[in-house]
Design a protein around this ligand. Sequence first.
Ligand code: AMP
Length: 413
Amino acid sequence: MPFSKLGLLESMQRVVDAAGYREPTPIQKQTIPLILEGMDLIAQAQTGTGKTAAFALPILQRLNALETRPVPNAPRVLVLAPTRELAQQVADTFEEFGKHMPRPVAVAAIIGGEDIRYQLRHLEQGVDIVVATPGRLLELVREEEIFFEELFCLVVDEADRLLALGFAEELTLVLNALPKNRQSLLFSATYPKKVEKLTEQVMQNPSYINVIGDVPTVGNITQRAIEVNHLNRRPLLMHLIREEEWKHVLVFVSSKRAAHNLAAKLKRDGIQADAFHGDLDQDERTFVLSQFKNRNVRVLIATDIAARGIDIQDLSTVVNYDLPRSPVDYIHRIGRTGRAGAAGVAVSFIDHNDRTHFALIEKRTQVRVDREQVPGFELTGVAPEKKKGSPPVKGKRPSKKDKARAAAEGGTV
Ligand code: AMP
């Protein structure tokens, strides 16, 4: 099916051609015609499905139909995203598409962790589209540096993540500052009660689109589960990278320290590796990510927060060195590979202690992954008995949510 069938004009076909998209993905087929008509929409879709283009293309077409230039500090389109990386990526997509449009499109990323003066100057010049994380945006709303009289479209991207990171309050405050008469589009990989409540706040008679289906896994990703003792994971990873010739690997670990240590050890052993986590400042993150994207770095060791939403073309392999905490995180992690139709492999390392947890992930995601053992790295010993520790003391330290939000928006964790 050609893009023009969806109502996209000839001028947009140039954008699509330049991006190298041959035909629309399922989410694009369903959303583009409705967005062009100005309808409100709830779309349940994960990253990797082509959801950014699904809203960016019709929004750009609508913007292009406007005759006037944007007014200073008053964007026409607002996209809210949970993390700096995702916001930057969405802004980059708009910029890239915008280059091929008849009328130039001005885009500003309003995100934490970067120079606010530069972002303000940009806003003052007049922008069509603002892509923002909620915290930084709210600062500008409070300081009356941004106005929404001109706004005709709101996009809430990865709504479930926004709420999981505890941004509900900021979202409500931002939403209250927006004009009622506007188009609202909400994208979310999952649709829990919290998101449902948010949609009631945001939407008027929305259409509901779901491209996830019954099984929320990505079909073109081969999933593997390799049983290995914890202490043998690093030698196994090295072995697999070399023997199976993994070219471009994203490895998930559960802490910044683990990311740092593992990257250092791989480097020591002659593999180009780098760590990507919340302790890096924005410049470092951008640099590390670009090194990985450009393939100057072969293995990126990342924590969940840092890796959320990053889009890397042709990423062949994702490794769960530490298992994710939840099945939803598992889907998000493995969805980093196999993007938009490409093949990918997701490998999980499983020790005795991880067996029950991985079985739960399989159950929730409705897949069954065969257990493998790699000769020379077989799982040995038996599962240690569980001991009950003393319960944690609440309120003494910043909560996980506090830390996650700080990391997502530019602070340190
Ligand atoms: P997203 O779900 O927005 O994170 O997009 C995932 C990847 O799919 C990005 O690298 C897009 O450039 C790519 N993509 C989006 N639409 C298409 C399409 N119609 N055909 C091929 N690739 C696409």
